[in-house]
Design a protein around this ligand. Structure first.
Ligand SMILES: C[S@@+](CC[C@H](N)C(=O)[O-])C[C@H]1O[C@@H](n2cnc3c(N)ncnc32)[C@H](O)[C@@H]1O
Length: 243
């Protein structure tokens, strides 16, 4: 649960509002207990909240469902790389000998040039993370042969160029986490076409007040597909299995 990047809307996010204050109080108490960085890394469930854990369990859940389907994994919106690195580590554990790789797409400029629809909820300038630091983190863990970072404006023609350049590339799991109409409507046709049947597309912010543009784009482009949700976890909110 991040404190500053999103302004809660009055609907779905209000369901979690009562839990916020106790969560932040607990966070402050933890920070005062003198743990080291190594403690946080090696014992992360001691500190990570249940909603954050639920997020990664949802991603793991979808990853497991796509084992045995041919294709790579994509994350649209990498930020610090938490989910791309989760997927990369899952392929280390479950698919050490398969060709599966993880492709992370971001322009590493954070939330910028927001429309009025996005500005209601998302803070201009938030989610800013230097690409160099993400790449350093990938190299530090020797994940660079699995996780490939692409510095692209995902609302632009660069996405089409990427797919024309890599004509062979198929995906089995695609995680949309740039909840902006222009990005989702530009990218979804390309990624949908290249998702192998049986593969899954995950939407971080479908049907939630913080990012209406994502739902709008999915509604327009895939009006008749079944959109499922995760019973145990809040965000990501939805996924589609490509039949
Ligand atoms: C919500 S964050 C992603 C969070 C990440 N998936 C995670 O779980 O930690 C959204 C990301 O989208 C990126 N972004 C926003 N607009 C973009 C665009 N037009 N093209 C590429 N990336 C964009 C931002 O730089 C930011 O890193």
């Amino acid at each position: 649960m991040s404190k500053s990047n999103y302004t809660p809307g009055g609907l779905e996010t209000s369901k979690f509002a009562a839990a916020k204050e106790p969560y932040y109080q607990g966070l402050e108490a933890i920070k005062g207990l003198g743990y080291t960085t190594e403690d946080y890394i090696h014992n992360f469930p001691c500190f990570t909240g249940h909603l954050t854990l639920a997020r990664y369990l949802s991603l793991f859940n979808c990853y497991q469902k796509t084992l045995g389907i041919a294709g790579h994994i994509a994350e649209l919106g990498v930020y610090m790389g938490a989910c791309s690195m989760l997927f990369a580590k899952l392929t280390q554990i479950y698919e050490p000998n398969a060709v599966t790789q993880v492709h992370g797409f971001d322009w590493f400029k954070g939330a910028r040039n927001l429309s009025s629809e996005d500005r209601d909820n998302l803070t201009e300038g938030s989610y800013l993370e230097p690409k160099e630091r993400v790449e350093a983190l990938i190299r530090a863990q020797k994940l660079d042969h699995i996780l490939k970072i692409h510095d692209l404006d995902m609302a632009s023609e660069a996405v089409g160029e990427f797919f024309r350049k890599y004509r062979h590339m198929q995906f089995k799991l695609v995680f949309f986490d740039i909840g902006i109409y222009e990005v989702v409507s530009n990218c979804l046709p390309y990624f949908w076409e290249r998702t192998t049947p049986g593969g899954i597309i995950i939407f971080d912010q479908y049907n939630i007040d913080i990012a209406p543009g994502e739902t709008r784009a999915v509604r327009e482009l895939l009006p008749n597909v079944v959109v499922r949700t995760f019973q145990h976890g809040w965000i990501p909110t939805a996924y589609i299995v490509k039949e």
